[in-house]
Design a binder for this molecule. Structure first.
Ligand SMILES: Nc1ncnc2c1ncn2[C@@H]1O[C@H](COP(=O)(O)OP(=O)(O)OP(=O)(O)O)[C@@H](O)[C@H]1O
Length: 650
């Protein structure tokens, strides 16, 4: 069907302008739709269905979706955009005539020269129609690449000497079975051993790092060319990478004591090298989206472990898989229930669709039984695809059994009453606190108490420690013990409002002296900057430069190491007493305060609350302007449209 050539688009653009002014649309979405129109001839340029679909697609991209599902557009478009019904009706009226039903939309869009329908002649159109999903070409390409690589790698099988695997698993985990039955950690190791790809998912403290350290030892013990295996560790942020390396080193050292001389594990630890950010591993090129490593110049690795995989966005996952050499093994670790990446895609969530249910087939059941001695219970049997067979969920938390764990579980299960009861449980006093009718001053007071220890150590000066670096490390560690997390950026409950108010209060208490750069200012890097080696999300403290009295350096804590950059060299930073939950992923604070706003729209969702809670290791405080805010957030799920799962199962 050819687009309607008679359409007058004036009313449509006027309505787009009104919605943009009202804050319902980002300006970029209108600009993008105009750009798409400009690429067509007369009829295609005036096809209001195409304009409307481009507008909505761009808007959704800004909210993390990788495509527009035409079913959603036809079903409940106002809900899709989080708009009032009247706003959608006004826009749809201005865009008339619109096609009816999904089939009508498909044929209308396929008739536009700006759209490539998969299977038709491809001449690099900017939009792609794949079945009932409309994509920006870049996202379609990334999703296709991720789906193809994951499917292929998940199907690949290595030869496993079952007896040898069984013996080593007993040696690494101990003949005694822990309380958990079955032992999903052993199962994860067995499953990863037989393939080129595996996902180990689980909540905080379920032993993902503990397990992967044993997996590395198992690979080391069973690979014929173990001494030549190149192992790389990576994570989306510098901090998460340092934490991964630290935990794996510790686990391997403990393990070395257990297995004694049977395996040269210290040699393995020494050979692994530092964990790196994904950007640095792939060889990011400043000011471009491309990397030094890609299929033409693959990474030099045999085994790659990527932690905090929930933070990896679609484009990064595509780049990573593209750069992975054939024959290498990729292990993804992460918590599937955490917030998805800031950028488009919810890759780990999509890949872990079957993790909870298992859906292991007969071949997997038999293999796991033989290699690990573990029997997968009947409830986890099924006919899952290749990816389900290579995915294992760890279900027993060793660190989060107490009140924080109970609260996280209730939130994750969507149990509003359970979450409220957990927060108010008498035995949770001192660990959990809920200020349910909070005002901003409550959060400011908590920050004043929470940040005081590091500011006091700062005031005591470096003379209180053996040397300047020791002191810097101690100050950073105290700063890392407390954090205020927000759901939104703007307003009194947002990062901006709270940072300003906390800074004022600390200055008033005489703990800091405010200026552009001041001693003790916590900052977050907001853009990757290669010359200084600082990455989006890195958090540091401005402290005196021992070599240059009067000047400040920003110090970053990475594991037990500290590194610093001259403060004036950091151009893209913001104050970080309060930060978004998104940016807090991969970090843990002894006391975490989660400040929820009255109205946060779609952002205020279950995944956000769960991620905020699980950042707390010892104490968690929730503040809500009204009690109902918590329940509303727990009941709202984050949904990101993507075709990844469908493509993998094809
Ligand atoms: N099978 C086990 N036996 C004994 N201790 C264990 C076992 N599994 C995990 N642990 C311990 O539980 C703690 C949490 O494990 P680990 O750090 O591996 O969890 P994680 O899932 O990686 O956590 P996070 O998501 O916070 O990174 C560690 O102290 C670890 O040594």
């Amino acid at each position: 069907m050819k687009p309607d050539a008679t359409g007058d688009t004036t009313t449509f653009w006027a309505e787009v302008e009104r919605l943009t002014e009202a804050g319902e649309l980002r300006r970029l979405s209108g600009v993008f739709a105009r750009f798409v129109a400009s690429l067509g001839d007369g009829a295609c340029a005036r096809s209001t269905p195409l304009l409307l679909a481009s507008l909505v697609l761009s808007e959704l991209e800004g909210r993390g979706h990788s495509c527009l599902m035409l079913d959603d557009l036809v079903g409940d478009p106002a809900a899709l955009l989080g708009w009032a019904d009247e706003d959608w009706k006004a826009l749809a009226k201005a865009a008339k005539p619109l096609p009816r039903g999904v089939k009508g939309w498909m044929s209308q869009l396929a008739g536009c020269e700006q759209v490539w329908r998969v299977g038709d002649l491809d001449y690099d159109q900017p939009l792609v129609l794949d079945d009932t999903r409309l994509y920006l070409r870049r996202y379609w390409r990334d999703e296709t690449l991720v789906a193809t690589c994951v499917r292929m790698r998940a199907q690949e099988r290595r030869d496993v000497d079952i007896e040898q695997a069984h013996t080593w698993l007993e040696a690494l985990f101990g003949a005694q079975r822990a309380g958990e039955s079955p032992d999903w950690q052993r199962i994860a190791c067995a499953v990863a051993l037989r393939g080129a790809f595996a996902i180990i998912t689980g909540g905080p403290g379920t032993g993902k790092t503990y397990t992967v350290a044993r997996l590395l030892a198992l690979l080391f013990a069973t690979a014929p060319d173990a001494a030549r295996q190149r192992i790389a560790l990576a994570a989306p942020t510098g901090k998460a990478a340092a934490r991964l390396k630290q935990s794996i080193d510790k686990a391997l050292t403990d393990l070395a004591d257990r297995v004694g001389g049977a395996l040269p594990l210290r040699e393995l630890t020494a050979r692994m090298g530092a964990a790196r950010t994904l950007h640095s591993l792939l060889g990011a090129r400043p000011d471009t989206r491309s990397f030094a490593h890609h299929r033409g110049n693959p990474l030099d690795v045999d085994v790659l472990i990527v932690d905090e995989a929930s933070m990896v966005h679609l484009e990064m996952m595509a780049s990573l898989l593209d750069a992975l050499p054939a024959g290498a093994t990729l292990i993804l670790l992460g918590d599937k229930d955490q917030l998805a990446s800031v950028e488009a895609g919810a890759v780990l969530g999509d890949l872990c669709h079957d993790a909870q249910a298992g859906r292991y087939d007969a071949e997997t059941l038999a293999y796991v039984q033989a290699a690990s001695g573990e029997t997968i219970p009947a409830g986890y049997e099924g006919q899952g695809g290749p990816l389900a067979q290579q995915t294992v969920m760890l279900r027993h938390s060793r660190r989060f059994g107490g009140p924080i764990g109970k609260l996280a579980l209730a939130v994750n299960a969507g149990d509003v009453d359970g979450a409220a009861a957990a927060l108010r449980a008498p035995d949770a006093a001192g660990v959990l606190r809920w200020i349910d009718h909070a005002h901003q001053h409550h959060v400011i007071q908590l920050a004043n108490e929470g940040y005081r220890p590091y500011l006091e150590l700062l005031r005591a000066g470096s003379g209180s420690h053996a040397n300047h670096e020791e002191w810097v490390r101690a100050v950073l560690q105290r700063f890392e013990a407390f954090r205020v997390l927000c759901a939104v950026r703007e307003g009194e409950w947002g990062v901006e409002g709270l940072n300003e108010a906390i800074e004022l209060r600390l200055a008033h208490a005489g703990l800091i002296v405010r200026s552009d750069w001041y001693v003790g200012r916590p900052v977050m890097v907001t853009r990757n900057d290669y010359p200084t080696g600082t990455f989006n999300g890195d958090i540091g403290l401005a402290l005196p430069d021992p070599a240059r009295p009067g000047s400040l350096r920003v110090w970053f804590l990475e594991g037990d190491n500290v590194r610093s950059v001259l403060a004036t060299r950091l151009r893209h930073v913001e104050t970080a007493y309060a930060m978004t939950v998104h940016k807090s992923q991969g970090s843990e604070f002894a006391h975490t305060v989660l400040a929820l706003p009255k109205e946060g729209g779609a952002v205020l969702a279950r995944e956000l609350v769960y991620t905020g809670i699980t950042r707390a290791s010892r104490q968690f405080t929730l503040t809500t302007p009204a009690p109902a805010v918590l329940g509303e957030a727990i009941l709202r799920r984050t949904h990101r449209a993507s075709g990844l799962r469908g493509m993998i199962e094809q």
